[in-house]
Design a protein around this ligand. Structure first.
Ligand SMILES: Cc1cc2nc3c(=O)[nH]c(=O)nc-3n(C[C@H](O)[C@H](O)[C@H](O)COP(=O)(O)O)c2cc1C
Length: 213
């Protein structure tokens, strides 16, 4: 069964642009996969905490030697990894916060980029362990960082996400960015702002689905 992992990271709920666009992607995906499964994962209500020294020690303790406490410490990471492993595709809503991804998304990355699970060191070099998955990022930024803006260098979202997803083997990644959402705070019409992005994201979903077949 085709499976899509739908992740959101904006704290803004109904007002969020990235949530709106990730939902558009999911709705279009569902149309093409009537029997498909969507796994929702809202990172703002997932109780993710920063990793600790005990957590790191648990990760590097061989599985068969872990104490019950260590297994409990890794339970959330295991749950999140199961979701990633079950998914053929990931659709991820991302807000720009301080030129980068929201901290809850970084906490999720810290839980799923895990030695022995999604990457391993082989002969001293890192080796990605995931295969055949793709990710689509639906990004919202208050300002404009696109080509020609002169501010491309401030967009740390794309290079970081490309790098870290590539590190675990997800190299088929696409970004759609709704730039300039700050206009919404200054009275711009939300429907008009979202319309071209909804169209582009719907087209992107169809294109990505086509690529899956
Ligand atoms: C804590 C915080 C930091 C932000 N930092 C930036 C920033 O560095 N650059 C930018 O263009 N917009 C920034 N913004 C504006 C958001 O990127 C913008 O509101 C975007 O629409 C957020 O996505 P969302 O609507 O899905 O929440 C910031 C907003 C917040 C709340």
């Amino acid at each position: 069964m085709a499976t899509l992992l739908h992740i959101d990271s904006s704290p803004m709920k109904e007002a969020s642009v990235s949530r709106h666009l990730s939902q558009t992607y999911v709705e279009n995906w569902k149309k093409s996969h009537p029997g498909g499964r969507v796994i929702p994962r809202d990172l703002t209500s997932s109780g993710l905490a920063p990793i600790t020294g005990e957590w790191v020690t648990a990760v590097y303790t061989p599985e068969g030697e872990r104490s019950p406490e260590q297994r409990t410490l890794l339970a959330k990471s295991d749950e999140l990894l199961e979701e990633v492993e079950a998914a053929d595709e990931l659709a991820i809503g991302v807000s720009m916060h301080n030129f980068n991804i929201p901290s809850v998304l970084k906490l999720w990355i810290d839980q799923v980029v895990r030695s022995g699970k999604t990457f391993a060191f082989v002969d001293g070099s890192p080796k990605a362990m995931l295969k055949g998955k793709k990710a689509t990022f639906l990004v919202a930024t208050g300002g404009q960082y696109g080509p020609g803006s002169g501010l491309e260098f401030l967009n740390f979202i794309e290079p970081y996400l490309k790098t870290i997803f590539g590190f675990i083997g997800i190299t088929d990644v696409v970004f759609h960015t709704a730039g300039g959402s700050a206009a919404l705070r200054n009275g711009a019409n939300r429907g008009q702002f979202l319309l071209p992005h909804d169209r582009a994201v719907a087209a992107l979903a169809t294109e990505r689905i086509g690529a899956l077949a």
